[in-house]
Write a protein that binds this ligand. Structure first.
Ligand code: 6PG
Length: 247
């Protein structure tokens, strides 16, 4: 493993293999949970979907953490029912063993209903959880990066990345990419997180990650918003995604 400071509060960590990748991510998230519970009595964590986080979430669930003080939220959800094979809720609930509340309370996005209504309902839920007058600042958030430079469900060329008047938005269906409509946290919420752990593996992520870390249009590469993150951002990569060997 090697860590180098990129810019203020941005770090990149390169793992040797899948196991180390998952272990590093779980360690970062576990520490953030512990710190938040100690400082504020509760840890609020927003979970991204996709295939990459599964092992990290499984490792996290195996750590000795104050899970009765953890609240799980979602970064985004696909327009499918909660038990669907493409549901981000289903995947994280399985990997974190959330069934029965043993590992904390889960607050899912409702991908099975009208997605404008689902986005509005989730925004209201966030306001209630964090307090109406408070910033919605997650203690930790995981994010992925798509081959097209998207993060969360903020896809390039859709205008979603520029939404700044809502906490949660309906991301429209993209039939040309064969992508269903989704619900997603918006840029202002992502930028407010105390810790963002970006999880990426594989050579196809190298280009989008490099683009995300260089100046340019957010609309072309939505992951660029992380350059303006207010909290700590840690990129947890494998050697292929980083384009360099681990330590
Ligand atoms: C989703 C996401 C999405 C994901 C990236 C990376 O619901 O698909 O939350 O933003 O994190 O597409 O996905 P992979 O981990 O599968 O590469």
């Amino acid at each position: 493993m090697t860590a180098a400071t990129l810019a203020a509060e941005h770090e990149i960590v390169v793992a040797r293999d899948r196991d180390e990748h998952a272990a590093l991510a779980a360690e970062l998230l576990g520490r953030a949970i512990d710190d938040a519970v100690r400082a504020r009595g509760v840890a609020r964590v927003a979970l991204s979907g996709g295939t990459t986080p599964a092992e990290a979430y499984r490792r996290l669930a195996a750590l000795a953490l104050p899970f009765d003080r953890v609240e799980w939220y979602w970064v985004d959800e696909r327009g499918v029912p909660p038990d669907h094979a493409r549901s981000n809720h289903a995947a994280a609930a399985r990997d974190l063993s959330l069934e029965g509340g043993r590992h904390g309370r889960a607050f899912r996005m409702e991908g099975e209903r009208d997605l404008d209504a689902a986005a509005a309902a989730y925004e209201a839920l966030l306001r209630r959880s964090f307090g109406v007058a408070a910033q919605v600042a997650f203690d930790a958030m995981t994010l992925g990066v798509g081959d097209d430079g998207h993060t969360a469900s903020l896809f390039p060329g859709t205008g979603a990345v520029a939404i700044d008047d809502r906490l949660v938005a309906h991301a429209r269906e993209q039939p040309e990419k064969k992508l269903e409509a989704r619900v997603t946290l918006t840029t202002p919420v992502i930028l407010e997180a105390r810790l963002v752990v970006v999880l990426a593996r594989g050579a196809s992520k190298r280009g989008p990650i490099a683009a995300a870390r260089t100046p340019g249009s957010d609309e072309e590469v939505p992951a660029r918003i992380l350059q303006r993150a207010k909290g700590r951002v840690v990129w947890v990569l494998d050697e292929e995604a980083a384009g360099r060997p681990a330590g």
